[in-house]
Ligand binder design. Structure first.
Ligand code: SF4
Length: 299
């Protein structure tokens, strides 16, 4: 890592809380830097931006009590299930990249030549990062387990590592790591940006592949009245991902704690979201829906 000729960034999934034994969450950035990374970016900042986009898409797509949409972006297993089992529903999925892809793309725009390494609990992200239309974003995907092994091999001693935790994300982006989190994030953001919209988010969620399949079947058979359908491939959401290193209930509590401690309740209150969008040439939140290069995806 110290011999890399380009800056290397660790792009860390929102489920990272308390994943690494004896290491405080705030020490992670310092550790990555000691290993030779140029920096660490929390993907939750980009979950914030995608939440804003989803709330705007909801506002656009949901005009009557019969309208509905499926959450689009964060879980590749859910998206693959829709593609394979119910391709006719793809028109109800707003075209957005995942927060991981958004993060990788923005890092590479702001730091030309940067190498991006996603770190998370997910094996499916390894395949997602190689999908042709988003392969420009993430160079490598490591699981929490692989990174824990790296820390062990590097003989990291947490005792002499200072903490460096930053307030870059809102409640909304932080809560993505748990089932129902995306729905909660979009609902609270919609209320914030469109308080007068008469139709509110009426969400239903599924976590785990069998439940996701059941939800899609229910939708096809007209058995749900929800207008916002969220699916996560793992039981409990990403905190239950196959390479999560801690108990799912503990991980869920840690993520929720971190979310409620956020300084900003929604992405629109987060100055880092506003600044990032401006640096990308997106001057108003509505212009997010016009973007075709960074956050959009043709599903
Ligand atoms: S829910 Fe599971 S499969 Fe989906 S993104 Fe999270 S860890 Fe990956």
């Amino acid at each position: 890592m110290h011999e890399a000729t380009a800056p290397v960034f660790a792009v860390v999934a929102p489920a990272f809380l308390s994943q690494f034994k004896d290491i405080e969450d705030g020490q992670l950035r310092t550790i990555f830097k000691r290993l030779g990374f140029s920096g660490m970016v929390e993907v939750s900042l980009f979950a914030d931006i995608l939440t804003l986009k989803e709330a705007l898409e909801f506002d656009l797509m949901i005009q009557t009590e019969k309208d509905y949409m499926l959450t689009s972006c964060c879980c590749p297993v859910w998206i693959q299930m829709i593609r394979k089992l119910h391709p006719e529903l793809l028109k109800k999925v707003p075209g957005s990249v995942s927060p991981m892809v958004a993060c990788g793309r923005v890092v590479k725009r702001l730091v030309p030549g940067a190498i991006t390494v996603f770190v998370g609990p997910c094996l499916a992200k390894k395949a997602e990062a190689r999908e042709a239309d988003v392969a420009d974003a993430i160079d490598h995907v490591l699981t929490f387990k692989e990174v824990a092994d790296l820390f062990e091999a590097a003989r990291i001693d947490p005792a002499d590592i200072p903490t460096d935790l930053r307030e870059h994300s809102s409640f909304a982006g932080r809560i993505y790591a748990v089932s129902k989190g995306v729905s909660e994030a979009v609902a609270v953001t919609l209320d914030r940006i469109r308080p007068d919209k008469p139709i509110k988010v009426k969400a239903v969620q599924a976590d785990g592949v069998p439940e996701c399949k059941r939800l899609l079947d229910d939708l096809e058979q007209g058995k749900t009245t929800a207008n916002f359908l969220e699916g996560m491939g793992c039981a409990g959401g990403c905190v239950g991902g196959p390479r999560s290193l801690i108990d799912r209930a503990v991980a869920t509590a840690k993520v929720r704690d971190y979310a409620v401690q956020a300084l900003y309740p929604t992405p629109i209150d987060n100055p880092y979201v506003v600044e990032l969008l401006q640096r990308l040439g997106i001057r108003t939140i509505e212009e997010l829906l016009e973007d075709q290069e960074v956050f959009a995806r043709h599903l």
